[in-house]
Write a protein that binds this ligand. Sequence first.
Ligand SMILES: NC(=O)c1ccc[n+]([C@@H]2O[C@H](COP(=O)([O-])OP(=O)(O)OC[C@H]3O[C@@H](n4cnc5c(N)ncnc54)[C@H](OP(=O)(O)O)[C@@H]3O)[C@@H](O)[C@H]2O)c1
Length: 316
Amino acid sequence: MEKVIFGKTGIAVSPITLGTWGIGGAGWDEYPDDVRLDTIKAAVESGINLIDTAPAYNGGKAEQYIGKALEEIGARDDVVIVTKTGNDYIDGQYVRNGKADNIFALCERSLKNLRTDRIDILLLHWPDPGVPLEETFGAMNRLKEQGIIGHIGASNLTKEQIEEAEQCTEFEVYQPQFSMLARENEETIRWAHEKGIGVMAYGSLSGGLLTGRYRTVEKYETMDNRNRFYGRFFQEPVFSRVMQLLEVMQTIADRHDAEIAEVALNWSRQKPFIDTCIVGAQKRSRVEGNLKCLNWELTEEEMGILDAAIREKIGR
Ligand SMILES: NC(=O)c1ccc[n+]([C@@H]2O[C@H](COP(=O)([O-])OP(=O)(O)OC[C@H]3O[C@@H](n4cnc5c(N)ncnc54)[C@H](OP(=O)(O)O)[C@@H]3O)[C@@H](O)[C@H]2O)c1
């Protein structure tokens, strides 16, 4: 698989990253352990060399699956692991804590879960309003000085917070939400990319909605991410507008003998300010199917058609 240089980190990474929030298991469809492990193996075997995870993904469960899968296929050195800090999942709730002692404790736990002695890229998951960024990034700097982590960045920061972070650390990676339905971070992403910050976009499939898999509005459990995290897309009035957008995507998918999901992924990854798109999947077939997007590209005309449809139907 052709790789891209991941901004200032200089690391050559796959344009598609495996996302493991779902594999962790809370708030997503449940799959047997062996299927989850096989998904991670499928990603690595298919040439994906960037894996995204977090201690907050079911309190470290996702990290544990990664550690086990990579150990079983002896692939730790072939993979760049991105994990996060400052956020945990305790008793069914997400809990932010950016204090230095917690940053150290989470890192120790991540290393153990991932069965490794180093974390290639460590991101602040969400800022903790009760703790200055200086303290959080200061702790991350210390881990970097000790050689435990390779590169530092964050997800979910505003432009102003990134600027503040840059005063405290060598800020190299930004992980925002970005998809055909979520363009609110686009300006910050362009700005970050121009500065040489590596950009990894999450939610490229808007929690699976941009695959065409969901055709009716359903009621989900409170903590189900189709209700919680991506709930704004899975409810009316947006849901029906997304269905109209899917029709446009289907026409373009048909032209390329591709799936709708591939159109969503190519729309994101072909934006010049996106280095890699993180895609969550819990089955080998999904990973392999989604990677087919790398065999073709949207034409400039098709990008224009999609951008116009997003503006018209989604208002973005
Ligand atoms: N930094 C942050 O705050 C943050 C926030 C959100 C996400 N992330 C990262 O980004 C990753 C990706 O985002 P996400 O997982 O939230 O959402 P996503 O990638 O937009 O969508 C994942 C969903 O799409 C489904 N899916 C994937 N390929 C499919 C296909 N070909 N056909 C049908 N369904 C398909 C998956 O189903 P199955 O699970 O059933 O396979 C899953 O339900 C996460 O896993 C995580 O690593 C980071």
